[in-house]
Design a protein. Sequence first.
Lengths: 316, 317
Amino acid sequence: MLSLPNLLTRLPAGVAQGIVWGVMALGVYITFRLLDVADLSVDGTFATGGAVAVMLMLSGAPGWAALLAAAAVGVACGLCTGLLHTKLGIPAILAGILTQFALYSINLRIMGKSNQTASVKKFGLFWETKGRGFLLSSLYIPQAILVGLLLTALVIAALYWYFGTEQGSALRATGANPHMSRALGINVGNMKLIGLALSNGLVALSGALMTQFQGTADVNMGRGAIVIGLAAIVIGEVLCDVCFRKGANFAVRLAFVVLGGVVYYLVMVLILWLRLDPNDLKLFTALIVALFLAVPHLRAQRRESAVRRRTAGKEA
Amino acid sequence: MKKLICIALALALCLSLTACGGGNRKKTYQVGICQLTQHPALDAATKGFREALEEAMPGQITFDEKNANGDIATCATIVNGFVSGSCDLILANATPALQAASSATQTIPILGTSITEYGVALDIANFSGTVGGNVSGTSDLAPLDQQAAMFAELLPAAQTIGILYCSGEPNSKYQADVVKAELEKAGRTVRIYTFADSNDVVAVTGQACGENDALYIPTDNTAAECTEAITNIAEPAGVPIICGEEGICAGCGIATLSISYYELGRTTGAMAARILKGEAKIAEMPIEYYQNPVKKYNPALCQAHGITPPAGYEAIG
């Protein structure tokens, strides 16, 4: 028995969760799309962000400071991956896996055990406690959506500004064509380092937000985060292309990445509502991501073979 | 020079071996404890085990306590370490720890605790109550029929009941199936909701709360770690939860049929003492249960849902 009102009451929580994962997707966007590097350390940094945030809150730090500290630690994690890659010559994908693997132990060290809980009932919310409490919580969904939107707007504005500066442009150029960038005198290694640090900082921030949202951090919370991030990116890009063709502004593209995260969680709510087995969820996600990543490639191939056929026809 | 160091090291190694041998003659025992993860129930069981064994055999036991932090692969690593370090007894706290231990050794005695159903955990058909071989222990199974009966006592109006647990835990599935059958016998509609890991908890709990009048959560380790996330969804939705154990109930439930994991650990410790002293053979020891489960309620959440527990319920303090 499927009831529509039930689905509607469930949607806001999905939106809130999607926005939080959207921040994480922005981080993945920097490495995956702008730098053209697949950075797998994010599975670890997401949990690290959560771990740092929960421990700081438990030791009495205000909620906003916990978020900033989590982001700072995330930047350090990204630097680790970056140094492994650029200074020690380890392939990017492996450097990310190494960092992620090591972070599992570090996260346990940070929390002292596999999970830690900080209750919103004890700490209160930001605006009730003169700025000390949680910024968002699954107990107060509408407020969580509002805060989430404000935060993402801030992050997008900052990214938009940064990628318009000389250094930001150099970073984008590095991703687009590393050889040309080097020829133009850009320090490609440093650009990658900055990109990875920035990306992991955002991912850790998202992990910290998620911890405040659900009140718990545990060492497994980042498992598969990269796939959710990629799903948000591909969904967001498709939606963006549908709405704006190819001509969307960079800030709009970033906003659509966050929207992709929201859509991903709405689909998840829908799947649960349709009574599909939630155990198959991860398989569906992987299939969707694979499909969307494959489409541009297959399209290009078809165009190429069509061109070849045409030229072959002319010669005959 | 290198050779000298080598010889010195080899000598030191030999000496440490004889030191171990000497220790055995003085009857000291090495007990390895492998605990799946940290939550109040498992911590209490380990504490009870250590204290009871220490009291029974003062000064004769060296404990090697390791925690797998929720990672099943780590359980196997820890247990293999115990086996190659030739432990005298292994305490496996929670089902995955027991599964890892029983596949790592056929000789070293293994006692389980916080295991719900040994037949399910070790895949034994027609389980008789005694595992045999080198495995025995205690079960944390609180009578499931009595737990199902609590719905009639506390929530007589709840028609549809959702059961929420982690799909990765076979013991939770076992409890869910038994409780489902009991509740359906009582004429209620039951639906099962599972989550794969803590990332799905919010969405799945929300779905369960949207479709049911009340929820039941068995003694599930992942749920025990995520009670805060669960209660943040269930409380505003006005959906009360009855739980399989006290730790989960204190976090997100209104009531539970509570067994004391500390006492369960103590019972296991007493079993360990009998084995190490040679008073009993592990192959012949039946699984022991907690004898006097107590009905408990969570005052804060009962009040939030406007439920007054009848006489005979103790408040969780």
